[in-house]
Structure formats: structure tokens, C-alpha cells
Design a protein around this ligand. Structure first.
Ligand code: NDP
Length: 251
């Protein structure tokens, strides 16, 4: 029997929002496993810096714009002749009591966290279905399975629930045509996104005491799962939602 293959040698991998936080660690881990990485990021400064560090490419991309996502995917395909993996990582969170959430804020969260993931999946599928292979990894959240406390964030939670179910829907549609679509749902991870919460004692105490492992996760602990899902070692996995939360959702 052959051994599992965890290598990403010669893979072309795109990471949206790869300029910082979890996305940057995923990009670093993909590179360390042999991939060429494209950082598809809104912020030109951090995006270019990350691409330089990883000897990859930076393509300015706003995931809320389907034409921006399409142009990015087409550029990668034109340069490399293939796309092996797309990681839909870009995301934002807003913590507003639901009764006060404006139309604009609701749309902003949905447009990045859910529309952006769909645009990425749809556009890369145009390439992957033709080539007959590819993996898509969507970054969901445990917030798509439970509602977080004590902070209010119903738009985020709803969008992430959508990401988990979108993953399953696309996995079923595309499995027979060579594309695997999986989701990673992190718990609380130490990144710029969680900085505000960690500085708020009530939030921090609730987050840590609700996590059986009693600590935040590291971005590298999410990145490790992304490498596995992009690699041939996970060849029988599609439509999965891999939870990386220190046990939060087990209580
Ligand atoms: P960060 O805020 O640190 O990073 C988010 C990244 O997304 C940034 O690089 C940001 O770019 C980018 N981004 C935002 N809007 C857009 C856009 N319109 N187009 C392209 N890129 C954009 O967050 P994390 O690293 O913590 O989060 C990464 C993912 O992990 C998100 O989907 C998040 O929801 C998810 N997640 C995070 C958890 C956590 O505890 N940190 C827990 C569960 C899930 P810019 O610099 O331009 O703003």
C-alpha cells in the first residue's frame, strides 16, 4: 500500500486575503510544502509584501467584485496554464447589536464573507472543470455552527453558516468532475480580527473559558489543515467541514 502524499510540489495555489492573519500563514505553509502561491488581497501593501516573502505573485483583488475575482483567476490561469487550489480566506467581522445593524453593514459582511466565497468558487471552477482537477478550501468558522458569545455578530454567523452549506452544495455538484471542495471552521485564532476581542476582558474570559483547551489557536494550526486538504493525502474528502477550535463546539 502506498504512503499518504502530503506534498504540494508544483501546485499553483491562490489564497484570498493572504496578506495577513490566517491567510498569510496558509500561504506560508503552502509554499513550505512545495506550492507556488498567489496572494489575492485587497491591500496592495501587505499583499505585495507577502508575495515578496513567498517568492510568489500578488494580484490586487477585491472579493466583493465578481469582475475583480474573474480577472485574477484568468490572470493566474494564463500565466501558469493551471490552477490546483483556491483558498477562499478573505473575511471580515462586525460586532453590532442586531437591532442596530444597518443595511450597508449587513451587505458589507455578506458581500465579503459569502458572496466573495461564491465568486471565487464559480470563477476557479471555470478553469478546474476544464482541466478536470482542483481543490477549493473555504474558510468558514465555528460561528457557522454555533452563535458566539458575548459579542453580537449575527451577519457574520449567518454568512459563515452559508459558507459551510455552500461548500457541501458545490462538493456534490463537482465531485464527479474532479473538483474537491472542503471547508475549515476555525474557533478563536490569534489574528488582527480577534485583537479587539482579546483587549476586552469580558470577551476574552468568555472565549477562553468556553474553549476546553483554554487558549486561542495559532494561525499555523489552521494552515496545517489547509495543506492537508490541498494535498493528495485528502483525496477521498469532499464536502467536509473540518473544525479547528480547541474543542469549543464540543461543549
Ligand atoms: P484578518 O482580518 O487578519 O485578515 C483578513 C484578510 O482578508 C485580510 O488580509 C484582508 O485584507 C482580507 N480582506 C478583507 N476584505 C477583503 C476583500 N474585499 N477582498 C480581498 N481581501 C479582503 O482575519 P483572519 O486572518 O483572522 O481571518 C481569515 C479568515 O478566517 C476569515 O474568513 C475569518 O472569518 C476566518 N476566521 C477567523 C477566525 C479568527 O478567530 N481569527 C475564526 C474563524 C474564522 P485587508 O488587509 O485589505 O483588509
Amino acid at each position: 500500500m502506498s504512503q499518504p502524499n502530503y506534498s504540494l510540489e508544483s501546485q499553483i495555489v491562490i489564497v484570498t486575503g493572504g496578506g495577513r492573519g490566517i491567510g498569510l500563514e496558509i500561504a506560508r505553509a503552502m509554499k513550505a510544502s512545495g506550492a507556488f502561491v498567489v496572494i489575492a488581497e485587497a491591500d496592495a501593501i501587505v499583499g505585495a509584501e507577502s508575495a515578496l516573502e513567498l517568492q510568489g505573485d500578488f494580484i490586487a483583488t477585491d472579493v466583493t467584485s465578481s469582475s475583480s475575482v474573474r480577472a485574477m483567476v484568468q490572470a493566474v490561469a494564463a500565466k501558469h496554464g493551471r490552477i490546483d487550489c483556491l483558498v477562499n480566506n478573505a473575511g471580515i467581522c462586525r460586532n453590532t447589536p442586531s437591532e442596530d445593524v444597518s443595511d450597508d453593514e449587513w451587505r458589507l459582511v455578506m458581500s465579503i464573507d459569502l458572496d466573495g466565497v461564491f465568486y471565487g468558487c464559480r470563477e476557479v471552477a471555470q478553469i478546474m472543470l476544464k482541466q478536470g482537477f482542483g481543490t477549493i478550501i473555504n474558510i468558514g468558522s465555528m460561528s457557522g455552527m454555533i452563535s458566539n458569545r458575548p459579542q453580537p455578530q449575527s451577519a457574520y454567523n449567518a454568512a459563515k453558516a452559508g459558507v459551510i452549506h455552500l461548500t457541501k452544495s458545490l462538493a456534490g455538484e463537482w465531485a464527479s468532475r474532479g473538483i474537491r471542495v472542503n471547508c475549515i471552521s476555525p474557533g478563536y485564532i490569534g489574528t488582527p480580527m480577534t485583537k479587539l476581542g482579546l483587549e476586552t476582558p469580558e470577551w476574552r474570559d468568555t472565549w477562553l473559558s468556553s474553549t476546553p483547551m483554554g487558549r486561542l489557536g495559532e494561525p499555523t494550526e489552521v494552515a496545517a489543515v489547509a495543506v492537508f486538504l490541498a494535498s493528495p493525502a485528502s483525496s477521498f474528502m469532499t464536502g467536509s467541514n473540518v473544525v479547528v477550535d480547541g474543542g469549543y463546539t464540543s461543549w
